[in-house]
Write a protein that binds this ligand. Structure first.
Ligand code: NAP
Length: 250
């Protein structure tokens, strides 16, 4: 039956940035679809743990360094014995005029949003191959995978590159039964966009350009995330799906 293909029963997912925002919403959706979820976060994912109970295990790690990757994987395997899904969701944004943009604001964004994403994907893909199970990798991209944005050059660079590595990893790993895809959220009401939403003029401009007429919410990503994590998407490879209320089509 078609709805069975969307089930994540028996699957183990790693979701980075699990304490809040879009990552928390994805954790909730995966648990509702039947998965066990390992949430990786800098700060304890207390609220997410309360929502998900025994279906959730929290690994505390700072993803600004790749040094934490072996421990993230080991704790996942120690707790649940396998891994089937990785969602690279954790991400940061730094806003500064490009003419003044600092090296620190460049490196911090590129490390979390791109470098760790690549090497965590590599580590998890090696595990998928060792398990002979295949698996699913979902990279959280952005509208700035397609557009330049304003005052966020390292973010735009990192998210354009996320769309790029989604395609390149997909090309190499599809033969192992590994699907690598992306989700490009539109403008969603989370901490990431707090500063934008506080800026009356920018906020009104953005809202006026969204055909759906509203900012997105973490719930809006749930369907796409479960689809790309499930066997319903087994022949979807290397694609970044916009969930944007129509922003890109405008
Ligand atoms: P958010 O509420 O700011 O959440 C970001 C998450 O990433 C938080 O859990 C954060 O943890 C975590 N994180 C950041 N740096 C980390 C680090 N060094 N180590 C571990 N975890 C770290 O923003 P969000 O909107 O949910 O963003 C989730 C993803 O969606 C990001 O990749 C973002 O770029 C992308 N996105 C968001 C939007 C939007 O409109 N909101 C649009 C397009 C794409 P802390 O809470 O501890 O910082």
């Amino acid at each position: 039956m078609i709805l069975d293909k969307f089930s994540l029963k028996g699957k183990v997912a790693i979701v980075t940035g699990s304490n809040t925002g879009l990552g928390q919403g994805i954790c909730k959706a995966f648990a509702e679809a039947g998965a066990k979820v390992v949430g990786v976060s800098r700060r304890p994912s207390t609220e997410t743990a309360e929502m998900l109970g025994n279906n959730f295990y929290n690994v505390i790690a700072d993803l600004s360094s790749c040094a934490v990757i072996p421990s993230v994987l080991k704790q996942t395997l120690d707790k649940f014995g396998r891994v089937d899904i990785l969602v690279n969701n954790a991400g940061i944004i730094k806003r500064e005029d490009s003419i003044d943009f600092s090296e620190g604001n460049w490196d911090s964004v590129m490390n979390v949003n791109l470098k760790t994403v690549f090497f965590l994907s590599q580590a998890v893909a090696r595990q998928f191959i060792a398990q002979k199970s295949g698996g699913k990798i979902i990279n959280i991209a952005s509208m700035l995978s397609y557009q330049g944005g304003i005052r966020v050059p390292s973010y735009a660079a990192s998210k354009s590159a996320i769309k790029g590595i989604t395609m390149s990893l997909s090309n190499e790993w599809a033969k192992y039964g590994i699907n690598v895809n992306g989700i490009a959220p539109g403008y969603m009401a989370t901490n990431n966009t707090e500063a934008l939403r506080q800026d009356g003029e920018r906020s009104a401009d953005i809202l006026a350009r969204i055909p759906a007429g509203r900012w997105g919410t973490p719930e809006d990503l749930e369907g796409a995330a479960v689809f790309l994590a499930s066997s319903a998407s087994d022949y979807v490879n290397g694609f970044t799906l916009a969930v944007d209320g129509g922003w890109l089509g405008r």
